[in-house]
Write a new protein. Structure first.
Length: 120
């Protein structure tokens, strides 16, 4: 029976990831300023994308009615925003909660759109 070595036991994708990790570790040891610059640019790019996504969501919610029932909210979200942007409903609701873009009025049992109210 042939003896298994580390290279024959690991898939090539795993070995490629390990090589990339080792290369990055070496770069951080040898050129930390360069790697820090890369990291800072990546952070700035991610921040910009997140702000753009939030502005798109605010623009979408601003177009919704000022008050909606639960069925209306779910149908508008499922049919329009989530399918068009390829976002899960869970991710949508998390972003809505984080930015307080919709609120629930327990007395009337309706979802209130505060963006629509402030623009009016």
């Amino acid at each position: 029976m042939p003896r298994l070595t580390r290279k024959s036991a690991c898939p090539s994708k795993v070995l490629a990831r390990l090589a990339l990790t080792r290369r990055r570790q070496k770069a951080w040891r040898e050129r930390p300023e360069h790697m820090e610059g890369i990291r800072q640019r990546a952070i700035a790019k991610a921040r910009t994308k997140k702000q753009q996504d939030t502005e798109l969501l605010k623009g979408y919610i601003a177009e919704l009615p000022s008050q909606m029932t639960k069925k209306e909210v779910l149908s508008l979200i499922a049919t329009d925003y989530c399918k068009a942007r390829k976002v899960s409903e869970q991710a949508f609701w998390q972003q809505v909660r984080n930015h307080r873009l919709l609120t629930y009025d327990g007395v009337s049992g309706l979802w209130v759109n505060p963006i629509k109210e402030t623009k009016a």
